[in-house]
Design a protein around this ligand. Structure first.
Ligand code: ADP
Ligand code: MG
Length: 519
C-alpha cells in the first residue's frame, strides 16, 4: 500500500523533448533577428542622450538593456552556438567529476554522492554543450535544496546508451509545473532566467538522447538522462531501412520511389553540409539535393560521359562562388554512403543475395564513377581558379599600362606611380604590341605621375624603349617629366631628344598635336 501511494504521488514526466527543444530554437532564432534592430536602437538612443539629457531617454535605455539581456540569454541556447562546436568523443563520467569540482563551496550543507559505473562508455557530441547541460542540472539540484540535503549522481551504460541520473532531496516540482520545464523563461526563482533547462533539453535532443523527470513535492527530483553511445563503426555500416519497393523495380525506379527517404538519409549523413544547403543555394544557385539525385542517376545508369560533364560544371560553379571545398567532399562522401545503404536495401528486398563476383563488380563500378566525379570536379575547380588568377593578373597589368587612343593615329600613355624593372618590362610588352596592332603614329607618354624610377638600369631600359618606338615608326612625345628624373638622365648621359620630343605638360602636347591639327 505504502509504495503504491508513493508512486501515485510521484509526478512523472515523459517530457515532449523534441517539441520543447524546438521551441527553444525557434525562440533563439527570433531572438537573433530581433537583436540586431534593437542594438541599432540602442546606438541611436546613446546618440540622442549625448545631444540632450532627458529622463525618458534614460528609462528607454535601461529598459532596452533589460530586453537585450533577455535576448542574450535566449541566444545562449541558440543553434548557431551549438553548431560552432565540433563533435568529439566524450566520457561523461570524467566531465561530471570536473563539473562537481566547481561546486566545492556548496558541499558543507549538501553532501554529493557519486556512483560512477561503466566509465569507459563514450558518447559522441559537442563536449562544451554537454558540460553546460550537466552544470545546469547540478546547479538546479543544488538550488532546490533550501538547507541541508543530498544529491546523488550515478553513471551507468546499457548496450546502447550512457545513463546519468541526478537525484536531489530538494523541494520537488508540483505536477502542474512539470510540463512547463524546459520552456524558455519558465522559472520559479526570483533571479532565475528559466533558460537552464531549455539549454539542457536542446542539447540532449540534438544528440538523440532522452530525459525523464520524476519528482515528488518536498522530497526531491530525479533527472534521468540517456544519451546514445558512440558507435561510429556501426554507424558507418549498412543499415536496413524502411523503404518503398515494388517487385519489378529497377534500381532507378527504386531510388525514384524513395527520393524523399534518400534525401533524409543524405542530410543525416552530411551533418555539416545540411545546415549550409540554403546558403549555398542562395549564394551560387546550386541545388545540392537536386545535384545529388543527378549524380546518383548517372552512377547507377553508368552514364560516364554525362557524369564527367556534370562534374566539370559543378567544379566551375563551386569555384565561381568560392564555396568551401570541404563541403563538397563531405557531400559526395555522404552521397556515396547513402547510395550504398540504398543498394543494400534494394538487394535485400530483391531477395537475390548477389554473388560475390557480382558484388565486387558493382562495388568497383559505383565507387569508380563517384571517384571520377570527384577527380573531374577538382580538376575543373582548380583550373577555373587558376584561370581566374591569370586573368586578374592580366587585368592588373593592363591597368598599370593604360593606352588611351585619342584618334586613329595618336594615343596617350599616362604613367602613374613608381617604375621598377618588372613594371618597365610589362610596359615594354604592352606598348610595343599596341603600337603594332593599333598603328599608333604618335604616342604621348605622360610622366607627370611618375616620381622616380628605381635604378639606373630602368632609366637605360626606358631610353631603349623610346628608341624602339621610333624604330616602329612611332613618334614619342614626352610630357610632364619631373626635374629629378631629367637630372638623373643627364647624369647617366642619356639623351632622349634624338628619338622623342619633349613638351612641358600634357595640355601643351594635346594642343600641339590634336587641336591645332584640326583647326
Ligand atoms: P532557472 O534555474 O533559471 O529557474 P531552469 O530552466 O534551470 O531555470 O529551471 C526552470 C525551473 O524548473 C526552476 O525555476 C525550478 O522551478 C524548476 N526546477 C528545475 N530543476 C529543478 C530541481 N532539481 N528541483 C526542483 N525544481 C527544479
Ligand atoms: Mg537553472
Amino acid at each position: 500500500m505504502e509504495s503504491h501511494k508513493t508512486l501515485n504521488e510521484e509526478q512523472r514526466s515523459d517530457t515532449h523533448l523534441s517539441q520543447l527543444a524546438s521551441v527553444g530554437q525557434i525562440a533563439a532564432g527570433i531572438a537573433h533577428e530581433v537583436k540586431n534592430p534593437l542594438t541599432a536602437v540602442k546606438g541611436f538612443l546613446q546618440l540622442l542622450n549625448q545631444e540632450e539629457k532627458n529622463e525618458y531617454l534614460n528609462i528607454a535605455q535601461s529598459e532596452l538593456e533589460n530586453a537585450l539581456t533577455t535576448l542574450n540569454n535566449l541566444l545562449q541556447v541558440s543553434k548557431p552556438d551549438l553548431q560552432e562546436e565540433e563533435y568529439q568523443s566524450i566520457y561523461l563520467s570524467e566531465e561530471l567529476e570536473a563539473i562537481l569540482n566547481l561546486f566545492q563551496d556548496k558541499m558543507y550543507d549538501i553532501s554529493i554522492l557519486t556512483d560512477f559505473k561503466d566509465t569507459d562508455a563514450m558518447i559522441y557530441g559537442m563536449k562544451n554543450q554537454f558540460k553546460k547541460a550537466f552544470f545546469n542540472l547540478i546547479k538546479n539540484a543544488i538550488e532546490s535544496i533550501p538547507g541541508k540535503g543530498t544529491i546523488k549522481i550515478t553513471h551507468t551504460a546499457s548496450e546502447n546508451e550512457v545513463i546519468v541520473t541526478i537525484k536531489d532531496s530538494g523541494v520537488g516540482i508540483p505536477e502542474d509545473k512539470l510540463k512547463l520545464l524546459g520552456t524558455p523563461f519558465f522559472t520559479t526563482k526570483e533571479n532565475g532566467t528559466g533558460m537552464g533547462l531549455t539549454q539542457v533539453f536542446s542539447v540532449i535532443y540534438q544528440h538523440g538522447g532522452r530525459i525523464n523527470i520524476v519528482s515528488k513535492e518536498n522530497q526531491g527530483t530525479t533527472f534521468t538522462i540517456k544519451v546514445p553511445k558512440e558507435h561510429r563503426l556501426q554507424k558507418r555500416g549498412v543499415r536496413k531501412l524502411n523503404l518503398k519497393f515494388s517487385k519489378n523495380d529497377t534500381i532507378k525506379d527504386f531510388l525514384f520511389a524513395n527520393r524523399t527517404s534518400f534525401e533524409e538519409r543524405l542530410l543525416d549523413e552530411a551533418i555539416n553540409v545540411s545546415d549550409k544547403i540554403e546558403e549555398i543555394h542562395t549564394l551560387g544557385n546550386i541545388n545540392l539535393l537536386q545535384n545529388a539525385h543527378k549524380l546518383v542517376l548517372f552512377v547507377v545508369e553508368e552514364r560516364e560521359h554525362e557524369l564527367i560533364t556534370f562534374a566539370k560544371q559543378e567544379g566551375v560553379a563551386w569555384a565561381k562562388n568560392s564555396i568551401t571545398l570541404a563541403f563538397k567532399l563531405e557531400w559526395i562522401q555522404a552521397i556515396r554512403r547513402t547510395l550504398w545503404d540504398f543498394l543494400y536495401n534494394y538487394d535485400l528486398r530483391h531477395q537475390t543475395e548477389v554473388k560475390r563476383d557480382e558484388f565486387f563488380t558493382l562495388e568497383k563500378k559505383v565507387n569508380e564513377l563517384i571517384d571520377q566525379f570527384l577527380t573531374y570536379f577538382f580538376i575543373s575547380y582548380s583550373n577555373y581558379k587558376d584561370e581566374l588568377l591569370a586573368s586578374q593578373r592580366k587585368l592588373v597589368e593592363n591597368l598599370s599600362v593604360p593606352i588611351i587612343p585619342i584618334n586613329d593615329e595618336i594615343s596617350i600613355l599616362p604613367l602613374i606611380g613608381n617604375i621598377d624593372g618588372t613594371r618597365m618590362s610589362i610596359i615594354e610588352d604592352h606598348v610595343l604590341t599596341s603600337i603594332g596592332a593599333n598603328h599608333i603614329r604618335t604616342l604621348i607618354v605622360d610622366l607627370s605621375g611618375v616620381a622616380y624610377m628605381s635604378d639606373d638600369t630602368v632609366f637605360q631600359h626606358f631610353a631603349r624603349l623610346i628608341r624602339g618606338f621610333s624604330m616602329m615608326g612611332c613618334n614619342t612625345v614626352l610630357t610632364g617629366i619631373r626635374s629629378e628624373i631629367v637630372k638623373h638622365m643627364i647624369s647617366l648621359g642619356i639623351n632622349l631628344n634624338e628619338n622623342a620630343v619633349s613638351k612641358g605638360t600634357l595640355q601643351l602636347a594635346l594642343n600641339d598635336y590634336i587641336f591645332k591639327k584640326d583647326i
